[in-house]
Ligand binder design. Structure first.
Ligand code: SF4
Length: 382
């Protein structure tokens, strides 16, 4: 029997089959409407990221206000982050690919936070050395997406603490323990690092305003599971004299197993396509992936398949259908039964392998400027 507990979405747990409309109501966020998308497209110079056009980003907070501010001459900046616990998989790229797309179109600064502190506090069994190593490896992968070195800065928490802490002090004083306890479900055994951590995740939202001594709006593309962090941020923003950050939320990308979201947690099994997977592993994972196909070829030809439940279709949807026409062709072929799962997977593999090869090359280039992007000093004393 369906009940209100059939799915759970928090920064620390994603479970069950997510009803995104109901989640939007639960979180109190707004739908990204066709009108808002059209406005985004027009301000972006006429094109739209596939991540927006295909509905992967489906919900927002104050995106319309931010875009109208931009149209009237108020610049904004981008902020997103990564908690390093292992290699990145393709779903991790969703938030950063939208950031890169926006940076290219709007020529705005991008701040990336590598939350090595939070990952250490949240994940028992990972050493500081491992997390630091993954932090750098993940950073190379993120920068390799094509961020502009002149417009991109990194807060690597344990190394950037001198830059973050003066503002974190002010932020932390505004957040009562009862708030983080209620929002994140902390209990008496939660370590005090996590209790403090939401202050550090808030700081980049205000850092450019603090650094420049004027109000600079922030836009955060993130998975919808990260929204609770920024609800806390938005609640305290005006009390500190800073604008509330705007957010756009992506849906969770399904695991190749068909169960739950693609995730690093639980070890690098066959549920996720990792960026450092060898080609043979990629082939195996795609060949074994859960699909929305029928039991037999004859049935699929006659009845068609179901793209919405298919982990392969989810990959086409993110980036591997290079045009909207290709995406519609795959979707229509799947539904009609003219496309069979084997050929669909082969066609997808023909795109995944070159993507990963090009990414590996871009990653080497990113290493040449990653260190120089890390912020280590506060802009000025408070
Ligand atoms: S044809 Fe492709 S998209 Fe459709 S169910 Fe099969 S693998 Fe998935």
């Amino acid at each position: 029997m369906p009940d209100k507990e059939e799915f759970v979405v928090t920064p620390y747990e994603v479970r069950g089959k997510i009803d995104y409309n109901r989640l939007r109501e639960q979180f109190g966020t707004q739908e990204i409407t066709p009108e808002l998308l059209a406005r985004f497209q027009s301000l972006a110079g006429g094109s739209l990221s596939p991540l927006l056009a295909r509905g992967i980003y489906y919900s927002h907070r104050d995106l319309g206000t931010l875009l109208e501010g931009w149209a009237k001459g108020t610049p904004f900046f981008l902020y997103s982050g990564r908690g390093p616990s292992g290699p990145l998989h393709t779903s991790h790229l969703v938030q950063f690919e939208l950031c890169r797309w926006i940076q290219e179109r709007f020529h705005v600064p991008m701040y990336i936070q590598i939350t090595d502190d939070e990952k250490f506090w949240a994940r028992a069994g990972l050493s500081r050395e491992e997390i630091t190593r993954w932090g750098l490896e993940n950073l190379y992968d993120i920068l390799a997406l094509g961020f502009d070195p002149k417009l991109t800065r990194v807060f690597f928490d344990s190394r950037s603490i001198a830059a973050l802490y003066p503002l974190a002090i002010r932020v932390a004083r505004k957040i009562p323990y009862s708030t983080v306890k209620a929002v994140f479900g902390f209990d008496p055994s939660t370590n005090i690092g996590l209790v403090f951590y939401t202050a550090l995740q808030t700081v980049p939202c205000f850092w450019p305003s603090w650094a420049e001594g004027r109000s600079v709006p922030c836009l955060i593309p993130c998975g919808v599971d990260q929204d609770p962090h920024f609800r806390v941020t938005r609640d305290i923003a005006e009390g500190l004299g800073y604008p509330k950050p705007a957010l756009v939320h992506s849906q969770m990308i399904p695991a190749l197993s068909g169960e739950g979201a693609m995730s690093t947690t639980g070890g690098p099994g066959d549920g996720a396509l990792f960026l450092n997977d060898p080609p043979t592993a990629i082939d195996r994972k795609i060949r074994n992936a859960f699909t929305g196909g029928r039991a037999t070829v004859e049935e699929q030809r006659r009845l068609g398949a179901t793209p919405e439940i298919c982990s392969i279709w989810a990959l086409w949807r993110t980036r591997f259908a290079e045009t909207q026409a290709k995406f519609e062709e795959v979707t229509a072929g799947c539904r009609s039964g003219s496309l069979l799962c084997g050929e669909c997977k082969s066609s997808l593999l023909e795109r995944i392998h070159p993507f990963l090869r090009a990414h590996a090359e871009a990653r080497e280039r990113a290493k040449t400027w990653a260190e120089s992007a890390i912020v280590t000093e506060a802009p000025r004393p408070i």
